[in-house]
Design a protein around this ligand. Structure first.
Ligand code: AFP
Length: 333
């Protein structure tokens, strides 16, 4: 059995290899791992305590807030409330950014996160995730953190996700490859389970909500029809897999290849998913593994954000598959 390498040890090793990976970054990752363990614990016995169902409230996205959405958000805020390193928290569940009082003068980082992705899966024990994106505030921005909130995905210091499935995994990149850790509940540690992940240039799986087909733009409808045609030479038809949890679908694609698409619609061209704490961090991870994150027209991580909760269409996965969708969108196919 391979030597057990904990997340902490892995990050310390990374620090020695990369001068820019400071001890502060290690502290942030340790807190994210702690939040992940706490959320995994809450999910593991959600059916036994009164934590399922809706709070009856609606979030900034106009979506009904589940009790576990709120608890997961509170968990992230709690593990960072005494952090001297993270100055600003931006969450899908909080309309306004939260400034960490203890980091008022010392904080150099902003943390963007979706505390619980896949909320429709909560009551049916299906996969869920948390997504995080870390931006560094430069001196100028420390005094005006609002300006730092609108940075391009290409400026992320690190990004990744937690997937609460049959096992709990933490996947992250800080620009030097994609690394996966699996939680060993027996010792409460995330142990390295894969490093420098690379995805196939093409896959055989596509992931989308086919129930929205009638609302898609015509090139997207043609593209999915193309994937469903039979052609052995191009490995078609692709198989369809869709869990209702972006993290779970992207994780499958990261390991097996293929693509996930939540495109814009005729009446909602901006799509459903959020740029800063869903599309951008997952695109950073996927591109570090050789894939591509796109709106179908442009790379996700070149977009200049206009607002922290901005939505974008998302097509993400194997480079050749995403590029082919972009060709359909251009009318080249
Ligand atoms: P919820 O967290 O509101 O369930 O949304 C999950 C999500 O953002 C993403 O995880 C899924 O892939 C997608 O939305 C599911 O959306 P549809 O239910 O419209 O297919």
């Amino acid at each position: 059995m391979a030597e057990a390498i904990s997340l902490t040890r892995h990050i310390l090793q990374q620090q020695r290899l990369h001068a820019q990976a400071t001890g502060e970054f290690s502290a942030i990752m340790a807190q994210i791992a702690l939040a992940g363990k706490m959320i995994a614990r809450d999910l593991s016995h959600a059916g036994l305590i009164d934590i399922l169902g809706s709070t009856g409230e609606v979030n900034v996205q106009g979506e009904e807030v589940q009790k576990l959405d709120q608890k997961a958000n509170e968990t992230f805020v709690k593990v960072f409330e005494y952090s001297p390193v993270v100055k600003t928290l931006i969450s899908e569940e909080m309309e306004e950014p939260v400034t960490i009082a203890h980091a008022e003068r010392t904080g150099k980082y902003a943390l963007f996160f979706d505390p619980l992705d896949g909320s429709s899966n909560i009551d049916v024990n299906a996969p869920l995730g948390s997504i995080f994106s870390i931006h560094r505030l430069d001196e100028r921005e420390v005094s005006t953190p609002q300006a730092a909130l609108l940075k391009r995905g290409s400026e992320q210091v690190a990004a990744g996700y937690l997937l609460y499935g049959a096992s709990t995994v933490l996947v992250y990149t800080c620009g030097d490859g994609v690394h996966q850790f699996t939680l060993d509940p027996g010792i409460g540690e995330f142990l390295l389970s894969a490093t420098k992940l690379q995805m196939p240039a093409r896959g055989k799986i596509y992931s989308t909500n086919e129930g929205n087909r009638q609302k898609w733009l015509e090139p997207v409808q043609r593209f999915v029809n193309y994937l469903q045609e039979t052609d052995a030479a191009t490995g078609r038809p692709y198989s369809s897999r869709y869990t209702g949890c972006l993290v779970a679908d992207v994780h499958r694609i990261l390991l097996k290849g293929g693509l996930y698409l939540y495109p814009g619609e005729v009446k909602k061209p901006e799509g459903k998913l959020r740029l800063m704490y869903e599309a951008a961090p997952l695109s950073f991870v996927v591109e570090q593994a050789g894939g591509l994150g796109s709106t179908g027209v442009e790379r996700i991580n070149t977009i200049q954000p206009k607002a922290p909760h901005q939505r974008v269409p998302l097509v993400i996965g194997s480079r050749d598959d995403v590029t082919l969708l972009e060709q359909f969108m251009k009318g080249a196919v």
